[in-house]
Design a protein around this ligand. Structure first.
Ligand code: ZN
Length: 398
């Protein structure tokens, strides 16, 4: 692991540059189409390639140690995920939009560092603008003094808003979606427990676990025992400008010995037969209420939507992995607990979405656990913690 060569390398797929012409209309939006970190545990270099010049500002933050790079409006078409390499200087790399016309890259640091230099160059021969940022380990004193000197400049929204407004913190909206309801009871447990009751109880516990975070607003697609169609669930999240959507289920299988929780993200192909069958079953939930099936969206031809989708997908995978990591050893998980399939409720390109299967009601043990207040509280707190961790880097230095 201690080799000098790319201890930490993120290699992302390159979006065909021929698409650049499609962006002519989107003049202010730059595309970051490649990003990687190379180096070892003493030095590291971040390299990000853009299709056009961007404005940027890099600064250091302490507690936890981070480097923030604020960018003018940027769409990220980076796929793949940061590798966890604990011996490297950079533990993680995140990116995304933080406000109108503003984007951000966050590097999580394993040690005290200083930024040795940074630059943005037009590499005309390669048709790209390249941001380079070099880090080197430093003493705690040097790090602390660098943090003091590199205080962030006010962002656009802060300078344009009125003075009172600048005190406001950005609020993130989490939409919880308790599966089924009303006429649609969902799965039925070995001991007759209805899925719709388990999912609603769990959503309420989860909401309670996030109550004291004033920067998080938690909404639910239903708060009582009523039927909500699949498209209404997604539309509710869109209308409320969700920053995260979590659908909650507890289904059943013919194989009664199978148990444990699973976190699903969207994929057209699906990871396995079981996941594909589950998505198919859930996508037909509206039929129970006598509705027709929700229309599937037309194939994406708009490049902007496609890029948003990729960025959103990276966040969905990020929160799914976070949840699995948090649940591991504390809540019983299915084998390969992060799976994917073509779930209708996970298709919105606007916000990251995951679908949580708390366990299987067809399994007697799982059913008993999911019915118990104790388990509900414990599992909800774990998911709640994961949600807080997910939003933490985007809460900036507030
Ligand atoms: Zn369900």
């Amino acid at each position: 692991m201690r080799t000098l060569v790319s201890l930490f390398a993120l290699v992302y797929t390159l979006l065909a540059l021929s698409l650049a012409s499609a962006w002519a209309a989107q003049e202010e939006t730059a595309i970051a189409f490649a990003a990687r970190v190379v180096g070892d545990d003493k030095r590291a270099r971040l390299i990000v390639d853009f299709d056009k010049s961007v404005k940027y500002d890099a600064y250091l933050l302490a507690d936890p140690r981070r480097i923030i790079i604020d960018l003018s409006q940027t769409a990220f078409s980076l796929t793949g995920e940061a590798k966890k390499l604990p011996t490297g200087l950079v533990r993680d790399l995140r990116y995304g939009t933080i406000g109108p016309g503003q984007s951000r890259i966050v590097l999580e640091l394993a040690r005290d560092v200083v930024i040795e230099n940074h630059s943005l160059r037009n590499v005309a021969a390669e048709n790209r603008h390249r941001l380079l940022l070099d880090l080197v380990t430093a003493s705690a004193e040097k790090f602390a003094s660098a943090v003091r000197k590199s205080a962030p400049k006010p962002t656009q929204s802060e300078t344009s808003a009125n003075p009172q407004k600048t005190q406001d913190k950005k609020t993130f909206t989490v939409v919880l979606d308790p599966g089924h309801g009303g006429i649609d009871g969902g799965a039925e447990g070995a001991g007759k427990t209805a899925e719709k009751t388990v999912t609603l109880n769990f959503a309420k516990h989860l909401q309670a676990s996030l109550q004291n975070i004033d920067q998080l607003k938690v909404l639910m697609t239903r708060e009582d025992d009523r039927f909500v169609s699949l498209s209404d669930r997604v539309d509710f999240a869109k209308k409320n400008h969700a920053d995260l959507f979590i659908s909650i289920h507890a289904d059943s299988l013919r194989q009664r010995n199978i148990r444990g929780a699973t976190v699903y993200t969207l994929s057209e192909e699906g990871t396995d037969d079981q996941s594909r069958a589950l998505a198919q079953k859930q996508n037909r939930a509206d039929l129970v209420a006598g509705l027709s099936l929700p229309k599937t969206q037309p194939k994406v031809t708009d490049i902007l939507i496609d890029l948003t989708r990729r960025e959103t997908q990276a966040f969905s995978v990020g929160i799914a992995r976070l949840i699995v990591r948090q649940m591991k050893d504390r809540v019983r998980l299915l084998q390969n607990p992060h799976r994917s399939a073509d779930f209708y409720v996970l298709k919105a390109p606007e916000f990251p979405s995951v679908l949580l299967e708390l366990g299987y009601l067809s399994n007697v043990e799982d059913e008993k656990l999911m019915k118990s207040e104790e388990w509900q509280t414990k599992a909800a707190n774990i998911i709640g913690d994961s949600i807080k961790m997910f939003f933490k880097p985007r809460l900036g230095n507030n």
